[in-house]
Design a protein around this ligand. Structure first.
Ligand SMILES: [Zn+2]
Ligand SMILES: [Zn+2]
Length: 323
């Protein structure tokens, strides 16, 4: 198996963050560094990080978003947080090749740029319907189908002029929403075959009062897991994946600030280490990075290392992880 991650001069220049890329590179020499941003879309299987940031507006990091590449085609878009619309283009992705959009939950730093990507989709020749898989509803959080209606519905949607996406009319592709029952992290995992070579499991997680999912993505015998935003009260998620040994675990890394941040929404670094110990991934990647967490990254690495001795990489936007 080839493992590489991209920390390219091209990607850094695009993101306008050459200095911080250099600093990050000096701290991690694991893996093979590919020197062209085209590498992620060239061949094989890879997950590209479109947005490595969180809800705070910080230079160089879009809100959470990932792109699964299979043999040069962008097949899955997972989350599309604020700013990821731009990264989608920078990655060279094509709306036509997507098999589905997966949404871990409906916080704006994970879904804020959905309308922008769909608007762009209207400029492409795509005719194939597009599944949109996300969580169910809770107070102040619509279910995935309700979210699309509220965003795009012809009667009262925020962008009602894009309402053709709801019924497949007006030269828009039909969106096929599927809301997974989350039961506040206690719902059953749901397996979905998206294509002959691509399966996912949507696995409910606990993220405070927010209906939320993590995803296991399988292509042949290769597997990757995205935690989404989750607290350590996600026992069902951990049980569903215990000992599964994914090639990569992408964990959302959040350190609470001194004020204002609700508690109980995220795993601490030590709890990320516990999850990694249970799943035994080949590599752990920390995403959903904010400056206040990166300033304490050595503490986080030490806390993770108490439970997980494997490789830990801190993601930047446009990083490409081959499997
Ligand atoms: Zn988030
Ligand atoms: Zn969240």
């Amino acid at each position: 198996m080839v493992r590489y991650f991209l920390k390219t001069a091209a990607a850094c220049a695009i993101a306008g963050m050459a200095a911080s890329c250099s600093a990050a590179d000096s701290g991690q020499d694991e893996g093979t560094i590919i020197s062209q941003s085209a590498a992620c879309s060239s061949s094989g299987l890879a997950l590209q990080v479109l947005g490595s940031g969180g809800p705070i507006a910080e230079s160089g990091r879009a809100g959470t978003s990932y792109l699964l590449w299979i043999d040069g085609e962008a097949r899955l878009l997972i989350d599309i947080g604020s700013g990821a619309f731009l990264r989608f283009a920078e990655a060279g992705a094509d709306f036509n090749t997507l098999d589905a959009i997966l949404l871990t939950h409906l916080h704006a730093d994970h879904a804020g740029d959905l309308a922008g990507v769909l608007k762009y989709g209207g400029f492409t020749p795509r005719t194939r319907a597009l599944p949109v898989i996300g969580p169910d509803a809770a107070p102040r959080f619509p279910a995935t189908d309700e979210f699309l209606d509220a965003l795009l519905g012809k009667d009262g949607g925020a962008f009602a002029y894009l309402g053709g996406y709801i019924d497949g009319s007006e030269d828009k592709v039909l969106l096929e929403p599927r809301a997974i029952t989350t039961a506040m992290g206690k719902g059953d995992p749901v397996e979905i075959e998206l294509a002959d070579d691509l399966r996912i499991r949507a696995i409910p997680v606990h993220h405070g009062v927010v209906p939320a999912l993590g995803f296991e993505i399988s292509v042949g015998d290769r597997k990757l897991v995205i935690t989404g935003d989750q607290s350590a009260n996600s026992a069902a998620f951990e049980q569903a994946l215990a000992g599964s040994k994914p090639d990569i675990l992408f964990a959302h890394h959040v350190i609470n600030g001194d004020r204002g941040q609700p508690r109980g929404l995220h795993r601490t670094p030590a709890q990320i280490g516990e999850l990694a110990a249970a799943l035994q991934p080949g590599r752990l990647v920390l995403t959903h990075n904010m400056n206040r967490a990166l300033e304490r990254i050595d503490d986080s690495r030490a806390a993770i290392a108490q439970n997980y001795a494997g490789e830990v990489t801190v993601a930047d936007d446009l990083d490409c992880f081959g499997l």
